[in-house]
Design a binder for this molecule. Sequence first.
Ligand SMILES: [Zn+2]
Length: 264
Amino acid sequence: MKIFKFFMLAILALSVVQCTNEGENDAQPEITTSSQQDVPSEVLSKLQSMGFDTDKTSIVITKGGYIVDGDIFFTEEALRENNLQKQAFFGIVDCNRAGNIRIQNALGNNAAGRGFQRGVNLWNNVNGTTLRLIPVTRNPDIVVRLARPGEIGGWGRGEFPTNGREGRLIVLNLNEPSIDGDAVTAREWGNILTHEIGHNIGLLHIEQSQFGTFVPGTPTFDRRSIMTSGSNPGVVFNANRVSNGDRRTVRRMYSNNNNRLCGR
Ligand SMILES: [Zn+2]
């Protein structure tokens, strides 16, 4: 199992650095280099202030920003933000925005498209939070679309919030087989989408929490978190719902409670 995991990681690492060509005017980041030495020192220190161990975390320079830890796209602007109070631990979507995030299913008629509603529901089903994702067919805040061939490695990629606004794009890669080698099912795509939406509303990988990036008052390690990184994809694939720790996290971030973290 260890060897298998290492193999999967190696594949992941290789596929992440695949190059891609694409059109101009689209939100799709273009991977230009994978050399960490080219990452500006202020970007590295910002990521360090967010708790990333930049010696051990993959950072890929791409069009308009950086892909960090495999599947999290940070815009240049997000990494220039100086609102440390807001970003000390994570990015937060403004409270009023988080209550009405318009999300569009642009996946088409395939297993991923059929899993879309589940991906949305797993967050909307958490009670005690003001976070709401509203499926729409026009004027979306978040577009969920298929990856173009070679655009990303792995199953999907989300985008961290920028300046109080949720990440704008999620891409899912239909060409990536499931962990058992079969095609990814609609249910599994739903779970993967839930993970990526987590990034778009400000969650990093749960493994980061051990190094200081965590939401205060929530578990520092949660082996059932839907926000586990690619090293443990089975948790994401097999989840029945988001974990208790994930629920506590979004309640702490987005709620009507006085101690909510959005809007501070
Ligand atoms: Zn992720």
